[in-house]
Design a protein around this ligand. Structure first.
Ligand SMILES: NC(=O)c1ccc[n+]([C@@H]2O[C@H](COP(=O)([O-])OP(=O)(O)OC[C@H]3O[C@@H](n4cnc5c(N)ncnc54)[C@H](O)[C@@H]3O)[C@@H](O)[C@H]2O)c1
Ligand SMILES: O=c1ccn([C@@H]2O[C@H](COP(=O)(O)OP(=O)(O)O[C@H]3O[C@H](CO)[C@@H](O)[C@H](O)[C@H]3O)[C@@H](O)[C@H]2O)c(=O)[nH]1
Length: 329
């Protein structure tokens, strides 16, 4: 197959490109390198373009006969989205409108979209099924929910088939150590903890220990990036074989949450084997963090026939540690 990966120079998109290239597919990466890196775009042909310059995505799709688009390109920092919401609505929502219009013009009819647990906001209960109300609590989550709605409307009007995958916390790195997480600034828990272990930061700060959770710290559902891209592959097969038609939504997580303290404990164990330790301090809550997010992913297991194989927390941390030492060590 021939697949376009938007945002393929970013963390998750680069792993997706590797998975697809390894499976023998032709991969084109469309990226403006705003938060991505050229060196991560090694498993595909990089087309430098910006979804907010519609002529660039039109040129990329023109006459290429792509079988599907996997759409990762977006800005995704909650804090930044609160400071600069219009950037998020423009880059993420308008960018997606431009992508869909270009796909329609080029006759590309299948889309897999990177959505997020942030579309649920503060859930009433966990684990969260796809049927839970979507009440995002920040502009990032709202931009993703709007993108889902834009896609659903486009499916109805222009006969696309599309799947939204709502990821919980993507973590870990390529099991072969070639690719991993690079964000600048880095805001995600596991890379920050491992950077502290390497002495690249003085300490990691726990954002609040007064949440209504067993140890007072936030609980999240961490899914290995390789399991995440495997789920996209399963969704792609379901679209190609017409097992999923129209528009559908799937949660991707492992159905089990870990607290911030539990994550740090596992990291301490893994880095201790390399003679490192992690300085930890406790700070105030980070605005906008729900206490607990855990996925009910049984629909993805049932319909997409997908299972997570690498997502025990120790494996996630071991792979992230190998990458961090290579990349920053
Ligand atoms: N990392 C997570 O835990 C997580 C969780 C849920 C959802 N997501 C979603 O997954 C996707 C990928 O996340 P990531 O962590 O790999 O992010 P990332 O920032 O590493 O990658 C995003 C990529 O998109 C590119 N991009 C952004 N805007 C663009 C535009 N207008 N035109 C072309 N390229 C553009 C960036 O340069 C970057 O390479 C995002 O849509 C994010 O919202 C991530
Ligand atoms: O230095 C830090 C960084 C994070 N945390 C906590 O660690 C948890 C995880 O935080 P982080 O790694 O930043 O991920 P989330 O804020 O949960 O967001 C991720 O997961 C969401 C879905 O669950 C996606 O929507 C987002 O795009 C993705 O960044 C949260 O409770 C944070 O409060 C800390 O205590 N200290």
């Amino acid at each position: 197959m021939k697949i376009l990966v938007t945002g393929g120079a970013g963390y998750i998109g680069a792993h997706m490109a590797k998975w697809l290239a390894r499976a023998g597919h032709e991969v084109v990466i469309f990226d403006n390198l705003s938060t991505g890196f050229r060196f991560l775009a090694r498993y595909g042909t990089l087309f430098e373009g910006d979804l907010n310059r519609p002529e660039t995505i039109e040129r990329c799709l023109e006459g290429q006969a792509f079988d599907a688009v996997i759409h990762f390109a977006a800005r995704s920092l909650v804090g930044e989205s609160v400071q600069n919401p219009l950037l998020y609505y423009q880059n993420n929502v308008s960018g997606t409108v431009n992508l869909l219009a270009a796909m329609d013009r080029a006759g590309v009819r299948r889309l897999i979209f990177s959505s997020t647990a942030a579309t649920y906001g503060n859930p009433q209960s966990v684990p969260i099924p796809e049927t839970a109300p979507t009440r995002p609590i920040n502009p990032y989550g709202r931009s993703k929910r709007m993108m889902e709605q834009v896609i659903e409307d486009a499916v109805a009007a222009y006969s696309f088939d599309a799947v939204s995958l709502r990821y919980f916390n993507a973590a870990g790195a390529d099991p072969e150590g070639e690719l991993g997480e690079c964000h600048d600034p880095e805001t995600h828990l596991i890379p920050l903890v491992l950077q502290a272990a390497l002495g690249k930061r003085p300490a990691v700060t726990i954002y609040g220990e007064d949440y209504p959770t067993p140890d007072g710290t936030c609980v999240r559902d961490y899914i290995h990036v390789w399991d995440l891209v495997a789920a996209h592959d399963a969704a792609l097969s379901a679209l190609m074989e017409d097992r999923v038609k129209g528009y559908d939504v799937f949660n991707l997580g492992i159905g089990h949450g870990y607290s911030v303290k539990e994550v740090i404990e596992v990291c301490q164990r893994v880095v201790a084997q390399s003679g490192c330790r992690i300085p930890v301090q406790v700070g105030p809550r980070r605005p906008g963090d729900p206490a607990e997010l855990v996925a009910d992913s049984r629909k993805a297991q049932r319909v997409l026939q997908w299972r997570a194989h690498h997502s025990d927390l120790e494996t996630i941390v071991r792979h992230a540690w190998a990458w961090t030492r290579r990349y920053l060590g």
